[in-house]
Design a protein. Sequence first.
Length: 276
Amino acid sequence: MGCKLNNSMEEKKLDELLKQAFENESQRPLFLEKLLDSYVYILGSSSVKHDGDIAHTLMEGSQVHIKSWNREDGSQVLPFFTSLEKLQHAIQHNENYLRLHTKSFFELTTGAYLVLNPNSDVSKEFYPKEVEGLLEGYFGQKPEAYEYTEDTQVLLSQPLPYPVGMVSQLSELLKTKVNVSAAYLAQMHDVKRDPEPTLVIGLTVSIQLTEQERKDINVQVGQMAFDTLVDKKAVDLMFIDQSAEDGLSHYFLNETPPFYVRQKERKKGFFAKLFS
């Protein structure tokens, strides 16, 4: 009884985070982090049985059959659900189901298109690249580390059309990152590296960040960029070395204005009157 109650509470918490992420894009990394550490329900069955009945919990070493749904365009998608209630609401007839850890489900379905809570008020699709990034700890499309060498020749420009929505949402997110001083955007095309141009976000920081701090910013900025781009494409992320003289850093610092600059906090109270 206690275990079922705990499961129900965790499922309700996950559903609430999904709703918050749907309403506020800055909450999506938190939801995805929780999702990756949760259990979900899928339509399917395993080879393991208990007393002649099909088991609803995936056991180690068992073979799994996962049911797919057909879209209107003929493509296939694998549905999964945050709770048994959501699963039962989405189907018309009784079907076999399994409860398994989200990470295990993602690993079993590598390369497939997934949809969370279909036929519900709030649902989310997961693209193969996004799932790949989640499994590596990036909550969204995995940002690529760009290495610039003297032999690298790239075309740098501003993207057209300009991704206003993405830039607006990133600016709101970066307001919460007190060590990020400014953010820049460029379109980069390395013919030898990429068949199509990619977007590059460059960040300047006010202090030396730890490796974990850099990763955390990578994760959240990468997720936000992926979610808010209408045309899903690769987005590279780099921390600008202001003492470097390479072409990319020079372009950001000298040839294009930042789309975000941290505003200095205004002094309050008595000191505000003295220094305003």
